[in-house]
Write a protein that binds this ligand. Structure first.
Ligand code: NAG
Ligand code: NAG
Ligand code: NAG
Ligand code: NAG
Ligand code: NAG
Ligand code: NAG
Length: 207
């Protein structure tokens, strides 16, 4: 495309083709528009998921080395901890930043990574509450937030994650009752948060 434009550009201004300044300007504008359109189609951006990942990074107080290559304008599907869908280009399907010394809160925008299947943020120092927006992740199959410093009640919006097969919330400071619907998930990978301080739990399948 660039080469083609260049040739076209040269032809336009070549002495063999005397064109009026006005015509040349119009042509230039047209070329510019055409190039912008083709560039945006060619590049990997749809930036939707990129912006969400950057918002997640910005919400952390300790981003650790692993996120240093998370920079705008680079292919976020190549960022450490990120995998994208093969079918839906540039939609994030896996976010795995397990045991990376991350500290800070989980941004609610994470609920807009709507193609996410696996979210593993275990073994960090994340605090704050589990954002209820995680309930928007209808494709989420595996959620591991264990071994952090999360507090508050387990959000009931999690029950909207109808694809959920495994969940681990153990070793946090979560409070309140383990919701009955969570107990209804009978997959072997379901771990109840047994090491949370003051959970009133029905001691079924606790680990
Ligand atoms: C980017 O992806 C989002 C989510 O699928 C979609 O709503 C939006 O229309 C897309 N934008 C472009 C420019 O393709
Ligand atoms: C911040 O991250 C560094 C590694 O990049 C780690 O050594 C340090 O312990 C972390 N601090 C906290 C408070 O998690
Ligand atoms: C996340 O990454 C860690 C370290 O690479 C790995 O041990 C763990 O199994 C991964 N989690 C998931 C859910 O795949
Ligand atoms: C998620 O996306 C919706 C629609 O695109 C937007 O209205 C909302 O503000 C976003 N939420 C967050 C927490 O980013
Ligand atoms: C919890 O995470 C810390 C790192 O933050 C790690 O050193 C420790 O081994 C983990 N504990 C368990 C039980 O996974
Ligand atoms: C979960 O579903 C309930 C009931 O359909 C709805 O009111 C709520 O907004 C949903 N939560 C999220 C985070 O999508």
């Amino acid at each position: 495309m660039n080469t083609a434009c260049f040739i076209h550009f040269k032809l336009t201004f070549s002495p063999c083709f005397p064109v009026s300044t006005m015509f040349a300007s119009l042509l230039l504008i047209l070329l510019y528009v055409l190039q912008s359109v083709s560039t945006s189609a060619m590049e990997y951006h749809n930036t939707t998921d990129e912006n969400i990942l950057l918002a997640f990074k910005a919400g952390l107080s300790n981003q650790s080395d692993v996120l240093s290559s998370w920079k705008k304008g680079t292919d976020f599907c190549q960022w450490p901890g990120v995998l994208c869908s093969l079918k839906h280009k540039h939609r994030v399907t896996v976010l795995n930043l397990s045991s990376e010394s991350l500290a800070g809160t989980i941004t609610p925008s994470i609920g807009n990574l709507t193609f996410l299947k696996i979210l593993d943020l275990s073994g960090n120092n994340l605090d704050g509450e589990i954002p209820s927006s995680i309930g928007r992740l209808a494709r989420l199959q595996f959620l591991d937030l264990s071994n952090n410093s999360l507090y508050g009640d387990i959000t009931s919006d999690l029950k909207n994650c109808t694809s959920l097969q495994g969940i681990s919330l153990k070793s946090n400071y979560l409070t309140g009752e383990i919701p009955a619907w969570l107990g209804a998930l009978s997959h072997p990978e379901v771990f109840f948060p047994s090491q949370n301080c003051n959970l009133q739990m029905t001691p079924r399948k606790c680990r």
